[in-house]
Design a protein. Structure first.
Length: 570
């Protein structure tokens, strides 16, 4: 098995352009650096150059190994900002709502952005990671910036940094840092009224935290994640998240466990930041008339409550919401509660119309229904399981005939895959399918460099073993298959748990030719060993197939490339 995996890995690597060759080709085009880089450079050139920067994964690995000093890294970001042509004073004029948290920070920003857009403001929204293309990270009025705008501003920023690198030891910002710098340029040049900035990781030392004067800050639900970077306890993580507080800048958070809540309060006192805890969403609702949210799942209610306070703070300070200020009450000696306030029709409509792909998203393709949620922490997976169980059971009751449930799963980084899979076990899946976050057999040129393919496949095989162990079964069948590129891969099949080499091959097997969106020419359809093909009989005969795609936003994004091709043309 390992030998065939390595053979497939070599084939994939051979198909990818080498970074050294890439750098050489660009140097030949622009021997003097600087503005000359912009001549003849197109969108795909910008994407290739972006991906040639040090990947965010590499940066995180340096942090894990203690090779970086956070304060120096933040100082380096300020230098990069100046080299790109911006000053901190210019950033001060960019009206920012800065949001962090362990889970829900992206959804909170999405709710807030839609509410403010509904009130007539020109909005900017910076988030990560992207699902299908990198331009999703930088949105204006809810839409990813166009290829033309991305290309224009990319080369403007890159040329400035490239022309100054000789004086700074050849240093260039890493992938995420560069995109953050690019975002600041785009939002300032395009004159957005308000910008939602989502923290990348943590808060105190995140590169977005060079912001000195946001209008308001928010912290969504806290939990355990990125422990090698942020700390091994929720209190240590809370300290990092509270690092985005600024003197005199109002901040809001949702209800947190006692330990991290105390840390946030101490951070707020030290920094001089007025901190309030949001009221529950129920307190905004009329009896018998619950608010409708555009994002599915009970867990979105706390994100919506935080978004209401963030957007209200902005509207109040810009005299859009009238003169009625929310009353602060004291629930405990040191906890200020932000009380509910009357919701305008524009605010209610904003909550209803919020969209955030890959988070509680449902796609229906004929016999198949795809449930996509990028849950990758214990708490977010618990929320995902509740959402999927409710939605899938509701649909199942409306179908006549057997329904087959399939899990498509992968994780990245330091996630405890076995623990996440254990949470998914009660969903009663008929099949568990595991795939690395590889779109097709040669990957995508819009994604930053990934860890080695061999390591990713090894993780999938470990996930398969974990699932098999939970089932309590001892049978094992290994079948050799042929993937579309013609390279044999031996993968295990254990109690209806399968490993596939890429997302497309996994989706092809799951759909069994019954998804019109995934219909491909016959020569491109994956061929399987008869022993594997025989297991797919329930999929071919089911009245409905329910597919939950979860464990990684990158996996969800890869699936969306195939399931919603329109996203690629955005």
């Amino acid at each position: 098995m390992v030998g065939s995996i390595r053979a497939w890995t070599r084939n994939v690597r051979a198909a990818r352009p080498r970074r050294r060759q890439l750098g050489a080709s660009f140097s030949a085009r622009s021997p003097s650096g600087g503005a000359a880089l912009q001549h003849g450079m197109e969108y795909q050139d910008a994407i290739k150059m972006l991906n040639s920067l040090q990947s965010n994964a590499s940066t995180l690995e340096q942090v894990r190994q203690g090779c970086t000093q956070p304060l120096l890294q933040l100082q380096a970001m300020r230098v990069f900002l100046e080299r790109s042509g911006l000053s901190l004073e210019e950033l001060d004029r960019l009206n920012i709502i800065h949001v962090t948290g362990t889970k829900g920070k992206g959804s909170t920003c999405a709710f807030t952005e839609r509410i403010l857009r509904n009130h007539g403001f020109r909005t900017g929204f910076y988030s990560s990671p992207h699902l299908v293309h990198v331009r999703e990270r930088i949105r204006i009025d809810g839409q990813p910036i166009t290829k033309g705008l991305f290309t224009k501003y990319f080369w403007d920023v890159y040329s400035r940094l490239d022309s100054t690198k000789a004086a700074y030891g050849g240093s260039m910002p890493a992938y995420f840092r560069f995109l953050t710098l690019l975002t600041f340029h785009v939002f300032l040049r395009e004159k957005v009224d308000v910008a939602l900035i989502e923290v990348g990781i943590g808060g105190a030392y995140d590169c977005t935290n060079i912001l000195r004067k946001p209008w308001v800050c928010g912290i969504s639900s806290l939990g355990i994640d990125h422990t090698s970077i942020l700390g091994d306890s929720i209190e240590k993580i809370a300290w990092q998240k509270g690092g985005i507080f600024k003197p005199g800048v109002p901040a809001y958070t949702v209800r947190q466990p006692e330990g991290p809540m105390k840390v946030l309060q101490e951070r707020a006192r030290e920094i001089g930041c007025p901190l309030c805890v949001c009221s529950d969403l129920e307190e905004y609702e009329d009896p018998g008339r619950p608010l409708r949210l555009g994002l599915a799942g009970q867990h979105q209610r706390s994100n919506a409550a935080l978004a209401l306070q963030l957007s209200w703070s902005w509207l109040q300070r810009h005299h859009v919401a009238g003169n009625w200020w929310p009353v602060l009450s004291k629930e405990a000696a040191s906890v200020s509660m932000a009380m509910p306030f009357p919701l305008s029709s524009a605010t209610i409509k904003g909550l209803e119309d919020t969209e955030w792909p890959g988070r509680g998203q449902i796609l229906r393709h004929g016999f198949l229904t795809y449930y996509l949620d990028g849950a990758h922490t214990m708490r977010s997976m618990q929320a995902c399981v509740r959402w999927f169980s409710q939605e899938a059971s509701s649909q199942e009751r409306a179908l006549w005939g057997p329904v087959v449930r399939v899990l498509l799963f992968n994780t990245t980084g330091e996630r405890d895959s076995a623990a996440l899979l254990k949470l998914l076990a009660p969903c009663q899946f008929d099949f568990a399918v595991f795939s690395p976050n590889i779109i097709e057999t040669v990957g995508s040129n819009e994604d930053p460099p990934n860890p080695s393919v061999e390591n990713m496949l090894a993780r999938c095989l470990d996930n398969q073993s974990s699932w098999w162990s939970m089932s309590g079964q001892r049978e094992r069948l290994e079948a050799e298959r042929v993937i579309p590129c013609g390279v044999p891969l031996v993968a295990g099949l254990r109690n209806n748990a399968l490993v596939f080499p890429c997302i497309l091959s996994a989706l092809q097997w799951i759909s069994q030719g019954r998804d019109p969106v995934l219909m491909l020419p016959k020569e491109h359809v994956m061929q399987t060993h008869p022993a594997v093909a025989s297991r797919a009989l329930p999929l071919r005969e089911a009245a409905g197939i329910q597919v939950l795609v979860t464990g990684s936003l990158h996996l969800v994004g890869g699936a969306l490339r195939h399931l919603d091709p329109a996203m690629l043309s955005g």
